[in-house]
Design a binder for this molecule. Structure first.
Ligand code: ZN
Length: 618
């Protein structure tokens, strides 16, 4: 039996949706409904029920009592007629995990607005999306990958989903949209952009087509992938994404979109393409190949897994690699991106305190709740996970004489868990990697996934004809990836991050054991002066540039409104900035491995290269 939902704008200026759910034959003991506590893909308890500002139930126009059972669950008094529950839901979270509503647009994730009917999770759902009659909504269109039932393309009307799980896996963006459509691998794709954009939509669609075609050629088109939609919010600044089975929600600055007449992919546009590549790869890795614990979660409480490094780390490895393989970026670009990831991981002392397995497991209370001590205590399962994937890929290529790579392991994961829908057990990825390669990988996974030691990056990259170089930072915000510029690197380190907000510069993070911490600086301290001269986030590099290790001087900070006079002694700057370069002196074996790693496709490589050539000449 179908569960019927309806969503309408209640008051756009108060940011309120009116949501109804109608249950035709409610449970004899009283229907129970509940709001999810979290949204798949984002591992934090968000308690979406907190945005329910009013709720009532009725049957045949007569009120029915609703009892609240816990923070997210309600039970209606038993009735034998169709029961309708109506809720007003506050929507003022513009992130990809939220719901947002104003005169400009309506955006929502189903987790934020649609309660589940307990016991009816697997029944089909119907959703009526009501057109607001206010003048501001005259030009609004509806973008979603949910299947239309009675609605024109991009129109208001009725949509349908096979189950509650599918219902909440289709975000909606409703407003004045810029829409581009393209075909990739025989599947219709679209991108719907909200915000005042002046992007070259032709270029954008061509590049996305190239990217999606490459990815579809990598693991193969999932049987149920018959459409795909990128929803993009392009404000002045912001960055984020959330994956879904047939779509993704992206936020990126409008400056990251290609402009008319733009030549090669620049750093801004590369950032957008990397985000799109990341979310698209999730369509296989985490939406279809997924951990067992997610497959059985009812979104009521945390679902613990040590595998987020597989789903986010390996996705982070392939997002850039597939940009390279699709011809959208160059090998130099790719080396720059890898160098930045290595730098990011290298900088944080948290990597020696927390493993990626623990970071995955504790994502709910640590990675998603970062505080001032985060860089000392937490390792990113995205960034370090991507480097573990790199190490594993290179190790497999060396130790099997090029017979097996991470590509083959991903193919096997796709066949075993993706196509069957069976959830991946906690050691499932490691078992498949060992099985496909015939290698004993226990020590490797113990050390890299469950350990906190350094990764064998230098050796593995050298075996692939790539040199991993390290240097001191040129500025405190040096992200790495490139050889140093003209300016001499800093000779000393501060051991703290200084950020300007609202005209004051604050120490937002202080490195354990570093000069700032030894001087007594605490997170939240406001920078005042170094050696009697004003110190702020904009001049800190200039202030440090002429110092030498061992120099000691007065440092003044405000903690709350108390002026503290501290003494800081500077250390030698660390060589913690990484950059990669091809090694021209490498042996033929290493060069051949490099070629296979960076250019080889398992499927369709030549075809993709040919179509790329055709596009460039045409
Ligand atoms: Zn991701």
């Amino acid at each position: 039996m179908t569960v019927r939902y309806r969503i309408a704008v209640s008051e756009a200026d108060a940011h309120l949706y009116e949501v109804q759910v109608t249950i035709d034959e409610p449970d004899a003991s009283g229907a129970r409904i509940a709001m999810p506590a979290w949204i798949p893909g984002s591992y934090l308890i968000r308690d979406y029920s907190r945005n329910v500002v009013s709720i009532r139930a009725e049957a045949d126009g007569v009120g029915v009592a609703l009892e609240k059972l816990d923070k997210r669950t309600w039970r209606a008094a038993p009735v034998s007629r169709p029961l309708t529950i109506t809720a007003e839901i506050f929507a003022w979270d513009e992130s990809v995990r939220g719901a947002h509503l104003d005169r400009r647009h309506a955006y929502f994730n189903g987790t934020c607005v649609f309660p589940v009917v307990i016991g009816r999770e697997t029944e089909p759902c119907e959703l009526e999306v009501v057109r607001p009659d206010a003048g501001y909504a005259r030009g609004w269109r509806v973008a979603t990958a949910m299947r239309r039932k009675h609605a024109e393309p991009y129109g208001f009307g009725t949509y349908e989903a096979a189950s509650y799980e599918e219902l909440i896996d289709h975000p909606f963006e409703i407003g004045e949209l810029t829409i581009g459509e393209f075909d990739a691998g025989g599947v219709p794709h679209a991108i719907a952009i909200r915000g005042r954009v002046e992007a070259d939509m032709g270029r954008l669609c061509r590049d996305l087509e190239q990217l999606c075609t490459t990815q579809l050629g990598f693991l193969g088109r999932p049987d149920d992938l018959d459409r795909y939609l990128f929803l993009l919010n392009a404000p002045a600044s912001g960055y984020g994404g959330l994956e879904h089975r047939w779509s993704s929600s992206l936020v990126t600055s409008r400056d990251n979109l290609p402009r008319r007449g733009q030549g090669r992919v620049d750093e801004n546009y590369r950032t957008f393409l990397g985000l799109a590549s990341h979310e698209y790869f999730h369509l296989w890795n985490v939406k279809r190949i997924r951990p067992q614990v997610f497959a059985s979660s009812d979104l009521a409480e945390e679902a613990y897994t040590e595998l987020l490094w597989v789903f986010e780390g390996i996705t982070s490895y392939y997002d850039d690699l597939l940009l390279l393989r699709s011809g959208l970026i160059t090998a130099d670009d790719y080396f720059e991106l890898l160098g930045r990831t290595i730098t990011r991981v290298q900088r944080g002392a948290g990597r020696s305190r927390q493993s990626v397995a623990d970071s995955s497991f504790d994502a709910w209370i640590k990675f998603y709740k970062p505080d001032a001590n985060a860089s000392n205590a937490i390792v990113s399962y995205y960034a370090k996970g991507a480097l573990i994937a790199l190490c594993l890929d290179l190790k497999l290529r060396v130790e099997t004489d090029g017979r097996v790579s991470l590509d083959d392991v991903m193919h096997a994961c796709w066949e075993r868990y993706g196509q069957s829908g069976e959830g991946m057990p906690e050691r499932g990825f490691e078992a498949i990697a060992a099985e496909v390669s015939g290698l004993d990988l226990d020590d490797f996974f113990d050390a890299t996934v469950r350990g906190t030691g350094e990764l064998p990056l230098e050796t593995l990259l050298a075996q692939h004809g790539v040199v991993l170089n390290r240097r001191r930072p040129a500025t405190l915000t040096d992200r790495g990836g490139k050889a140093g510029g003209e300016e001499a690197p800093l000779a000393v380190r501060l051991g703290a991050t200084l950020v300007r907000s609202n005209d004051v510069s604050e120490f937002v993070a202080v490195d354990n054991g570093g000069p700032a911490e030894r001087a007594g600086v605490a997170p939240g301290d406001q920078a005042v002066a170094l050696a009697g001269l004003r110190l702020d986030a904009d001049n800190v590099d200039r202030r440090l540039r002429h110092l030498a290790p061992g120099d000691s001087m007065a440092l003044h900070v405000f903690r709350d409104d108390e002026l503290l006079a501290l003494e800081i002694e500077f250390d030698e700057a660390r060589e913690d900035v990484a950059w990669l370069a091809p090694d021209d002196a490498a042996g033929d074996d290493a060069k051949a491995r490099r070629g296979a790693w960076l250019e080889q496709h398992n499927d369709g490589g030549d075809e993709a290269a040919e179509s790329r050539d055709a596009r460039q000449s045409g």
